[in-house]
Design a protein around this ligand. Structure first.
Ligand code: SF4
Length: 239
């Protein structure tokens, strides 16, 4: 990479301005030197063109769904309140898009939750295809995993997670929207890479925090302050 001509990277997460004053909130608003709203007009036009040309209805319905998730909108911005759990939003959005067949790609560790999600989606009229992460029963040795890197080193043939197969099954089944439930970090990335249908996430995996990774973020100033120190990334140390 030519670092002499490296682009200035946008960094909205480090934006120093309060939300009401930001350039992406209102015309004439403020932003830092690397603000992509103030500096990236060409790219912004390209993005809008791609949205309108290739994803117009999807983008429109997603925004309609977003607004419908708030109540008391007629009482002013400071009084709006959340109305719906994500599972409801998911179903409403799929309905707005007139999707009938959904894929559910789930972690086997969340098989009880998957059964409930499947029941809810089925009762609401969707045709379901579901695939667990262990589908295909391919041993981890097929991807060069040694026994000591298995969850259970005592197992001779631990089954690997197979997100590419999950995605291919959804593709072959002509699902219109794929829902991820609890896939591991990286396995979710592979599913998204190979899925032909759009992907939405109902829940991500966090084994420790009840699949609520934000619990550690909410406690960043107290019990999880250690996370703001560099991690010891010793390979193989999962303790
Ligand atoms: S787009 Fe600009 S103003 Fe908005 S958050 Fe990013 S840096 Fe800040």
């Amino acid at each position: 990479m030519d670092t002499n001509h490296a682009p200035v990277l946008p960094d909205c997460a480090a934006c120093p301005f309060d939300w009401p004053a930001r350039a992406c909130r209102k015309p004439g608003g403020q932003g830092p030197k690397n603000c992509p709203t103030l500096t990236g007009n060409t790219l912004a036009q390209e993005a809008l063109l791609a949205t309108v040309r290739d994803n117009a209805e999807f983008a429109r319905q997603a925004s309609v769904q977003e607004a419908s998730g708030y109540g008391d909108r007629d009482r002013g911005y400071d009084r709006v309140r959340p109305l719906k759990p994500r599972i409801q939003e998911l179903m409403e959005f799929a309905g707005r898009m007139k999707y009938q067949r959904l894929g559910l790609a789930f972690c086997i560790g969340l098989r009880l939750e998957a059964a409930v999600v499947r029941e809810i989606l089925t009762v609401n009229g969707f045709e379901m295809l579901s695939a667990c992460c262990k589908v295909g029963r391919v041993p981890k040795s097929a991807i060069a995993i040694d026994r000591e890197d298995q969850v259970d080193p005592a197992s001779e043939n631990e089954t690997m997670c197979n997100p590419v197969f999950q995605a291919i099954l959804c593709n072959e089944g002509r699902t219109e929207l794929n829902v991820l439930l609890g896939l591991c970090v990286g396995h979710d990335s592979l599913f998204i890479k190979y899925s032909q249908a759009p992907v939405t996430v109902l829940a991500v995996k966090d084994r420790l925090l009840g699949h609520n990774p934000l619990a550690a973020i909410y406690q960043h100033a107290s019990y999880w302050r250690c996370l703001k120190q560099p991690l010891d990334r010793t390979p193989g140390d999962e303790s």
